[in-house]
Ligand binder design. Structure first.
Ligand SMILES: C[S@@+](CC[C@H](N)C(=O)[O-])C[C@H]1O[C@@H](n2cnc3c(N)ncnc32)[C@H](O)[C@@H]1O
Length: 236
């Protein structure tokens, strides 16, 4: 990203620690990134008015951070045609997974795309810093990388220094939905939000609430015997 980008948050390293690349891309995946991604990409200058960036009128804007394979993002886009979803992911193979579900082979340049979906293939924290105050109605953070070692806590998306960054972009009354299966992250979420006046706890559950489409990481956690937890916080 460029040097004129707004600073992230005090004490938060402005670099990404997760992987951007996995196994080498196949030609079809490369075409999806070269041809289809630009058709859906939210450009940084469009962040100033995110509602206007969608191809169809939308009544609200939601953001998903780290969509993985895109299962949840695409299910929400289909279920809520009047909501604009910005889906963010930095891992190339994840971007390809979502794009390959959207367009058939050969349709990379022409297949019809959901008018209520935009992609941010960069660090979602930078988008949060670019968005106008109170411009988001909902934020999803599903099974974030847990960074379980205490010395890596600053890499966690849920972090005392990052809560004000999310709170600024979320409108009062807007929802932040979080899920995690990680035994370190679960108490960390509870502890981090307990110390914040920016968010009110709405619910915490050990079963996926209705209206939360499942994700690949959730399925993996359940298969491996871990117990996911699901939180809803409301911007005060
Ligand atoms: C453990 S995976 C979970 C994926 C998906 N939400 C699921 O439940 O299957 C976390 C994902 O978040 C992405 N990620 C991590 N930090 C991010 C950031 N700052 N902005 C956008 N994506 C991020 C990673 O690349 C990774 O794919």
């Amino acid at each position: 990203m460029t040097a004129d980008r707004p600073p992230l948050a005090t004490g938060i390293p402005d670099r990404l620690y997760g992987r951007r690349r996995g196994h080498p891309l196949r030609p079809r995946q490369q075409r999806l990134l070269d041809v289809t991604l630009p058709r859906l990409r939210l450009r940084p200058e469009q962040a100033a008015d995110p509602r206007a960036a969608f191809a169809a009128p939308v009544e609200a804007v939601w953001l998903e951070v780290g969509f993985g394979g895109g299962e949840h993002a695409l299910a929400q886009v289909a279920a809520h045609p009047r909501i604009g979803l910005i889906a963010s992911e930095v891992f190339e193979n994840g971007l390809c997974a979502l794009l390959s579900r959207l367009v058939p082979e050969g349709g990379e340049a022409t297949a019809k795309l959901p008018p209520n979906l935009l992609l941010w293939p960069e660090d979602a924290r930078h988008l949060l810093a670019l968005l106008p105050p109170a411009s988001l109605d909902r934020l999803f953070l599903l099974f974030p990388d847990p960074w379980p070692k205490a010395r890596h806590a600053k890499r966690r998306f849920v972090h005392p220094a990052l809560l004000p960054v999310v709170a600024r972009a979320l409108r009062p009354g807007g929802e932040w939905r979080i899920a995690s299966d990680d035994p370190t992250y679960q108490p960390w979420v509870a502890e981090t939000f307990a110390g914040s006046a920016l968010f009110d706890p709405i619910s915490v559950a050990d079963a996926r609430p209705e209206g939360w489409p499942p994700t690949r990481y959730e399925a993996k956690a359940l298969r491996e015997g871990r117990r996911p937890r699901y939180w809803v916080f409301r911007r005060a």
